[in-house]
Design a protein around this ligand. Structure first.
Ligand code: T3D
Length: 263
């Protein structure tokens, strides 16, 4: 499949999806959403993909909705932004969260509006030191979407979530790491290598088990202690039936490195 607004490949277990509208800071148009949805569908269907790396071309990561593409025409009837959320943004963050493989996000520059929250929907967020995160919605009369109001209080606590969402100020990558919003801030010239290092590592791990870890941690945010213990029981039972678990134990006993197949 040929893409116009993204770059996409699957190679050596690593699926890479790069947002590719650098002149508009990779802001989202309908056609770009369609391509991202299509690529994520390919990732879901291809068992050889054992990790997804989401990245972007140019100096920015993503400036959220392309405001020029929006159906807002001054003086015209008020648009129904719920349609774009329902058709594009909600399915996108759901897909990233529900993929049964780890999703790394490499934030190379500014991540604003939905662009910030799409990054936060990924499992491991690396950001270049010069990158920053902006909940830009409040500046144009909107609310943080793409799961922002869910993720922010859970990641950084309500006080900081409110400040980010109500003020829309730039949060540096370094501060984002200190606040626990992202996993790591790395030097600009190391972002690509560090992200690939992580991707190569994860592509050789017990993918099925990693998918179950993802599921259990997501569920823990809303479950009671007892519900979570019960979920752990179920998921550990499933993990114990995997080929990779057998291989992990065999390799440990034989004092060799494990060759995981991801199932
Ligand atoms: O509408 C719906 O469907 C509902 C869904 C909403 C989801 C959302 O994401 S709402 C939030 C939308 N995003 C924003 O409000 C952010 C707008 N952008 C900015 O505030 C700034 O551009 C940044 C802080 C992100 C970066 O600033 P800076 O100074 O580094 O760059 P710049 O000069 O402002 O932008 C560079 C170019 O990208 C520029 O184009 P030009 O003048 O060189 O031709 C600028 O117009 C373009 N650009 C940046 N953001 C967007 C954009 N073009 C279209 N849409 C954008 N969001």
């Amino acid at each position: 499949m040929h893409y116009q607004h993204i770059l996409f490949s699957i190679d050596a277990g690593i699926a890479q999806l790069s947002l590719n509208r650098p002149a508009q800071l990779n802001s989202f148009t309908g056609p770009m959403h369609e391509e991202v949805q299509q690529a994520l569908g390919q990732v879901r269907q291809d068992d050889s993909a054992r990790v997804l790396l989401l990245r972007a071309e140019g100096r920015g990561f993503c400036a959220g909705q392309d405001l020029a593409d929006s159906s807002v025409v001054p003086g015209a009837e008020a648009p129904d932004l719920g349609l774009a959320i329902e058709r594009y943004y909600n399915p996108l963050v759901r897909s990233l969260r529900d993929l049964p493989i780890p999703v790394i996000c490499a934030v190379n520059g500014v991540a604003a509006g939905a662009g910030a929250n799409i990054a936060l929907a990924c499992d491991l967020v690396l950001a270049a030191r010069s990158a920053n995160f902006i909940q830009a919605f409040c500046k144009i009369g909107l609310i943080p979407d793409s799961g922002g109001t869910y993720a922010l209080p859970r990641l950084v606590g309500m006080a900081r979530a409110k400040a980010l969402a109500l003020l829309g100020e730039r949060l540096s990558a370094e501060q984002a790491e200190q606040w626990g919003l992202i996993y790591r801030c790395v030097e600009d010239n190391e972002l690509h290598d560090q992200a690939m290092l992580l991707a190569r590592h994860l592509a050789n791990q017990p993918t099925y088990g990693l998918g179950l870890i993802k599921r259990s941690l997501h569920a823990s945010l809303d479950n009671s202690f007892e519900e979570q213990l019960s979920l752990e029981l179920d998921l550990q039972r499933q993990a114990g039936r995997s080929e990779d678990y057998r291989e992990g134990i065999s390799a440990f006993m034989a004092k060799r490195s494990a060759q995981f197949k991801g199932r």
